[in-house]
Design a protein around this ligand. Structure first.
Ligand SMILES: [Fe+2]
Ligand SMILES: [Fe+2]
Length: 247
Protein backbone atom coordinates (compact mmCIF):
# COMPACT_ATOMS: atom_id res chain seq x y z
CA UNK A 1 0.00 0.00 0.00
CA UNK A 2 2.92 2.35 -0.57
CA UNK A 3 0.78 4.43 -2.89
CA UNK A 4 -1.53 5.30 0.01
CA UNK A 5 1.32 6.26 2.30
CA UNK A 6 2.58 8.66 -0.39
CA UNK A 7 -0.66 10.63 -0.36
CA UNK A 8 -1.79 13.39 1.97
CA UNK A 9 -4.40 12.43 4.54
CA UNK A 10 -7.34 13.90 2.62
CA UNK A 11 -6.78 11.48 -0.23
CA UNK A 12 -6.10 8.35 1.77
CA UNK A 13 -9.60 6.89 1.76
CA UNK A 14 -10.11 7.55 -1.92
CA UNK A 15 -6.74 6.11 -2.85
CA UNK A 16 -7.33 3.06 -0.68
CA UNK A 17 -10.57 2.39 -2.59
CA UNK A 18 -8.84 2.92 -5.96
CA UNK A 19 -6.00 0.67 -4.84
CA UNK A 20 -8.53 -2.05 -4.03
CA UNK A 21 -10.09 -1.76 -7.48
CA UNK A 22 -6.69 -2.11 -9.18
CA UNK A 23 -5.80 -5.08 -6.97
CA UNK A 24 -9.04 -6.70 -8.11
CA UNK A 25 -8.23 -6.12 -11.77
CA UNK A 26 -4.72 -7.52 -11.39
CA UNK A 27 -6.08 -10.50 -9.46
CA UNK A 28 -8.16 -11.42 -12.53
CA UNK A 29 -4.93 -11.82 -14.46
CA UNK A 30 -3.88 -15.37 -13.63
CA UNK A 31 -0.39 -14.78 -14.98
CA UNK A 32 0.65 -11.50 -13.45
CA UNK A 33 -0.90 -10.19 -10.26
CA UNK A 34 1.76 -7.53 -9.97
CA UNK A 35 1.28 -5.76 -13.31
CA UNK A 36 0.27 -2.37 -11.89
CA UNK A 37 2.93 -2.45 -9.17
CA UNK A 38 5.60 -3.28 -11.73
CA UNK A 39 4.49 -0.53 -14.12
CA UNK A 40 4.66 1.99 -11.26
CA UNK A 41 8.12 0.72 -10.30
CA UNK A 42 9.46 1.21 -13.84
CA UNK A 43 7.75 4.57 -14.34
CA UNK A 44 9.15 6.06 -11.14
CA UNK A 45 12.67 4.93 -12.03
CA UNK A 46 12.40 6.63 -15.43
CA UNK A 47 10.92 9.79 -13.90
CA UNK A 48 13.77 9.88 -11.44
CA UNK A 49 16.31 9.43 -14.26
CA UNK A 50 14.69 12.33 -16.12
CA UNK A 51 15.02 14.59 -13.08
CA UNK A 52 11.42 14.73 -11.80
CA UNK A 53 11.04 16.36 -8.37
CA UNK A 54 9.55 14.31 -5.49
CA UNK A 55 6.02 15.71 -5.89
CA UNK A 56 5.93 14.93 -9.60
CA UNK A 57 7.38 11.48 -8.92
CA UNK A 58 4.64 10.76 -6.37
CA UNK A 59 1.95 11.72 -8.89
CA UNK A 60 3.62 9.66 -11.61
CA UNK A 61 3.78 6.68 -9.27
CA UNK A 62 0.07 7.05 -8.49
CA UNK A 63 -0.95 7.43 -12.14
CA UNK A 64 1.22 4.51 -13.23
CA UNK A 65 -0.25 2.27 -10.55
CA UNK A 66 -3.80 3.31 -11.48
CA UNK A 67 -3.27 3.37 -15.27
CA UNK A 68 -5.58 0.41 -15.99
CA UNK A 69 -8.25 1.17 -13.40
CA UNK A 70 -10.74 1.67 -16.24
CA UNK A 71 -10.52 -2.07 -16.93
CA UNK A 72 -12.82 -2.52 -13.94
CA UNK A 73 -15.60 -1.78 -16.41
CA UNK A 74 -14.44 -4.37 -18.98
CA UNK A 75 -15.88 -7.88 -18.80
CA UNK A 76 -13.57 -10.54 -17.40
CA UNK A 77 -14.36 -12.67 -20.46
CA UNK A 78 -12.65 -9.99 -22.59
CA UNK A 79 -9.75 -9.31 -20.21
CA UNK A 80 -8.92 -13.01 -19.97
CA UNK A 81 -9.73 -13.97 -23.57
CA UNK A 82 -7.06 -16.16 -25.14
CA UNK A 83 -7.79 -15.56 -28.81
CA UNK A 84 -7.89 -12.32 -30.83
CA UNK A 85 -10.49 -9.77 -29.77
CA UNK A 86 -13.35 -8.89 -32.09
CA UNK A 87 -13.78 -5.29 -33.21
CA UNK A 88 -16.50 -4.74 -30.63
CA UNK A 89 -14.36 -6.24 -27.87
CA UNK A 90 -11.40 -4.13 -28.95
CA UNK A 91 -13.56 -1.03 -28.70
CA UNK A 92 -14.66 -1.97 -25.19
CA UNK A 93 -11.09 -2.69 -24.17
CA UNK A 94 -9.82 0.58 -25.62
CA UNK A 95 -12.43 2.47 -23.64
CA UNK A 96 -10.50 1.70 -20.44
CA UNK A 97 -8.14 4.68 -20.71
CA UNK A 98 -10.97 7.25 -20.92
CA UNK A 99 -12.99 5.38 -18.29
CA UNK A 100 -10.02 5.31 -15.93
CA UNK A 101 -9.42 9.01 -16.48
CA UNK A 102 -13.04 9.74 -15.54
CA UNK A 103 -12.64 7.80 -12.28
CA UNK A 104 -9.51 9.72 -11.35
CA UNK A 105 -11.03 13.07 -12.34
CA UNK A 106 -13.99 12.35 -10.07
CA UNK A 107 -11.53 11.57 -7.28
CA UNK A 108 -9.87 14.96 -7.73
CA UNK A 109 -6.69 13.54 -9.25
CA UNK A 110 -6.66 15.93 -12.19
CA UNK A 111 -3.13 15.55 -13.52
CA UNK A 112 -3.12 11.81 -12.99
CA UNK A 113 -6.43 11.67 -14.87
CA UNK A 114 -4.90 13.42 -17.89
CA UNK A 115 -1.94 11.05 -17.92
CA UNK A 116 -4.09 7.93 -17.56
CA UNK A 117 -6.33 9.09 -20.41
CA UNK A 118 -3.25 9.40 -22.64
CA UNK A 119 -1.40 6.20 -21.68
CA UNK A 120 -2.24 4.52 -25.02
CA UNK A 121 -1.50 7.50 -27.25
CA UNK A 122 1.31 6.82 -29.74
CA UNK A 123 4.14 9.10 -30.85
CA UNK A 124 2.94 8.83 -34.47
CA UNK A 125 -0.63 9.88 -33.61
CA UNK A 126 -2.14 6.41 -34.18
CA UNK A 127 -3.00 5.76 -30.54
CA UNK A 128 -6.21 6.33 -28.60
CA UNK A 129 -8.50 7.88 -27.43
CA UNK A 130 -7.53 11.35 -28.77
CA UNK A 131 -4.92 10.49 -31.42
CA UNK A 132 -2.43 12.88 -29.83
CA UNK A 133 1.08 12.78 -31.28
CA UNK A 134 4.65 13.49 -30.12
CA UNK A 135 4.87 16.14 -27.45
CA UNK A 136 1.12 16.67 -27.44
CA UNK A 137 1.16 13.56 -25.24
CA UNK A 138 2.08 14.38 -21.63
CA UNK A 139 5.57 13.12 -20.81
CA UNK A 140 4.18 11.17 -17.86
CA UNK A 141 1.82 9.29 -20.21
CA UNK A 142 4.72 8.53 -22.57
CA UNK A 143 6.65 7.09 -19.60
CA UNK A 144 3.69 4.97 -18.47
CA UNK A 145 3.26 3.63 -22.02
CA UNK A 146 6.88 2.41 -22.18
CA UNK A 147 6.74 0.96 -18.64
CA UNK A 148 3.39 -0.73 -19.36
CA UNK A 149 4.53 -2.17 -22.70
CA UNK A 150 7.82 -3.50 -21.31
CA UNK A 151 6.04 -5.05 -18.32
CA UNK A 152 3.46 -6.69 -20.58
CA UNK A 153 6.05 -7.91 -23.09
CA UNK A 154 8.26 -9.54 -20.45
CA UNK A 155 5.43 -11.24 -18.56
CA UNK A 156 3.55 -14.36 -19.60
CA UNK A 157 0.01 -13.79 -20.82
CA UNK A 158 -2.73 -16.37 -21.46
CA UNK A 159 -2.12 -16.08 -25.21
CA UNK A 160 1.69 -15.96 -25.33
CA UNK A 161 4.89 -16.44 -23.37
CA UNK A 162 6.84 -13.44 -22.06
CA UNK A 163 9.78 -12.13 -24.06
CA UNK A 164 13.37 -11.98 -22.80
CA UNK A 165 14.54 -8.63 -21.44
CA UNK A 166 16.88 -8.14 -24.39
CA UNK A 167 14.16 -8.89 -26.95
CA UNK A 168 11.73 -6.53 -25.19
CA UNK A 169 14.32 -3.73 -25.23
CA UNK A 170 14.89 -4.42 -28.93
CA UNK A 171 11.16 -4.08 -29.49
CA UNK A 172 11.03 -0.76 -27.61
CA UNK A 173 13.90 0.54 -29.73
CA UNK A 174 12.40 -0.77 -32.97
CA UNK A 175 9.22 1.15 -32.24
CA UNK A 176 10.84 4.31 -30.83
CA UNK A 177 9.59 7.25 -32.85
CA UNK A 178 6.48 5.39 -34.11
CA UNK A 179 4.90 3.98 -30.99
CA UNK A 180 7.19 5.19 -28.22
CA UNK A 181 9.01 8.41 -27.30
CA UNK A 182 12.71 7.85 -28.15
CA UNK A 183 13.81 9.91 -25.14
CA UNK A 184 11.84 7.70 -22.76
CA UNK A 185 13.03 4.50 -24.46
CA UNK A 186 16.65 5.65 -24.14
CA UNK A 187 16.20 6.45 -20.44
CA UNK A 188 14.42 3.15 -19.82
CA UNK A 189 17.01 1.03 -21.66
CA UNK A 190 19.85 2.94 -20.02
CA UNK A 191 18.49 2.16 -16.56
CA UNK A 192 18.07 -1.55 -17.26
CA UNK A 193 21.33 -2.05 -19.13
CA UNK A 194 23.20 0.01 -16.54
CA UNK A 195 21.83 -2.14 -13.73
CA UNK A 196 19.93 0.81 -12.26
CA UNK A 197 16.48 -0.80 -12.38
CA UNK A 198 15.63 -4.41 -11.47
CA UNK A 199 13.23 -6.21 -13.80
CA UNK A 200 10.15 -7.87 -12.35
CA UNK A 201 9.20 -10.23 -15.15
CA UNK A 202 6.81 -13.15 -14.71
CA UNK A 203 7.87 -15.80 -17.19
CA UNK A 204 7.32 -19.54 -17.24
CA UNK A 205 11.03 -20.18 -17.78
CA UNK A 206 13.92 -18.43 -16.08
CA UNK A 207 14.66 -15.09 -17.69
CA UNK A 208 18.08 -13.48 -17.50
CA UNK A 209 18.38 -11.52 -14.25
CA UNK A 210 19.52 -8.42 -16.07
CA UNK A 211 19.98 -7.30 -19.65
CA UNK A 212 23.72 -7.71 -19.19
CA UNK A 213 23.18 -11.47 -19.67
CA UNK A 214 23.01 -10.57 -23.39
CA UNK A 215 25.66 -8.73 -25.38
CA UNK A 216 25.31 -4.96 -24.85
CA UNK A 217 23.30 -3.20 -27.50
CA UNK A 218 23.88 0.21 -28.96
CA UNK A 219 21.68 2.86 -27.40
CA UNK A 220 18.78 3.65 -29.72
CA UNK A 221 20.12 1.56 -32.58
CA UNK A 222 18.54 2.43 -35.96
CA UNK A 223 15.24 0.66 -36.43
CA UNK A 224 15.45 -2.39 -38.64
CA UNK A 225 13.24 -2.24 -41.70
CA UNK A 226 12.29 -4.64 -44.44
CA UNK A 227 11.83 -8.32 -43.69
CA UNK A 228 11.75 -7.87 -39.91
CA UNK A 229 9.48 -4.84 -39.86
CA UNK A 230 6.04 -5.56 -38.40
CA UNK A 231 4.70 -2.06 -38.91
CA UNK A 232 5.40 -1.34 -35.26
CA UNK A 233 2.59 -3.17 -33.55
CA UNK A 234 4.55 -4.24 -30.49
CA UNK A 235 4.12 -7.84 -29.43
CA UNK A 236 2.01 -6.71 -26.47
CA UNK A 237 -0.85 -5.99 -28.87
CA UNK A 238 -0.52 -8.72 -31.46
CA UNK A 239 -3.67 -10.61 -30.41
CA UNK A 240 -5.99 -7.80 -31.40
CA UNK A 241 -7.53 -7.42 -34.81
CA UNK A 242 -7.37 -3.67 -35.33
CA UNK A 243 -5.21 -2.09 -32.67
CA UNK A 244 -3.41 -3.08 -29.48
CA UNK A 245 -5.17 -2.79 -26.14
CA UNK A 246 -1.87 -2.53 -24.34
CA UNK A 247 -0.97 -4.12 -21.08
FE1 LIG B 1 -3.94 0.34 -20.49
FE1 LIG C 1 -1.37 -2.05 -18.18
Amino acid sequence: MWIVRAADSGLKDTLARLHGIVAGIDAEDLHNHDHSDNVAHYAVAVGWALGFDPERLAKLQRAAFLHDIGKAGVATSILAKRGPLTEAETELMQGHSAAGAAVLEAAGLHEESRWVRAHHERADGRGYPDRLRGEEIPLEARIILVADSFEAMTSDRPYRRGMTIGDALDELRRCAGDHFDPLVVAAFAGLIEGGGMPVHAVRSEAAPATASARPPRRALAPRRRGRLDRGCQPVVGLRVGRAPPGG
